[in-house]
Design a protein around this ligand. Structure first.
Ligand code: DAT
Ligand code: MG
Length: 138
């Protein structure tokens, strides 16, 4: 397993709920290294690039609107196998079904919330990570 880097976002719901520290603590506790960290007010152009694979899906527009709804914490995270490893820490996309012990499973709420309010984003492949790091940290 090689040293990788990935993009982690604490989405607007995670920042608004004061969960940034708890989420970053799990990343650090796992032994990953934070090599970049900033608070970002994303604009639509960035989000359209970030979520280009989802253009045209029914959840695309609500997802972009949600990501525009408040500040986001963007982090560059490095470690052995961190791309899959962070997605494992994050848990399944839908917080309702995400396993206990994961970020989405432990902090996700399902009372009337949408799937996009799932606290975090993590890149899903080395190619996505480089592309997304360019958008958020380029
Ligand atoms: P992930 O964030 O786990 O990589 P994804 O890339 O498939 O998931 O989707 C991007 C985001 O879009 C996801 O974090 C939440 C939202 N989303 C995905 N599937 C959805 C659905 N069926 N309904 C509503 N929102 C959805
Ligand atoms: Mg994804």
């Amino acid at each position: 397993m090689s040293t990788e880097r990935t993009l982690v976002l604490v989405k607007p719901d995670g920042v608004a709920r004061g969960l940034t520290g708890a989420i970053l603590a799990r990343i650090e506790a796992k032994g990953y290294t934070l090599t970049g960290l900033k608070l970002v007010d994303a604009d639509r152009a960035m989000l359209e690039q970030h979520y280009e694979e989802h253009v045209g899906k029914p959840f695309y527009e609500p997802l972009v609107e949600f990501m525009l709804s408040g500040p986001i914490v963007a982090a560059t995270v490095e470690g052995q196998g961190v791309i899959a490893g962070f997605r494992s820490l994050a848990g399944a996309t839908d917080p309702t079904t995400a396993a206990p012990g994961t970020i989405r499973g432990d902090f996700g709420r399902d009372w009337g919330l949408k799937v996009q309010q799932n606290l975090v984003h993590g890149s899903d492949s080395p190619e996505s990570a480089e592309r997304e790091l360019g958008i958020w940290f380029g």
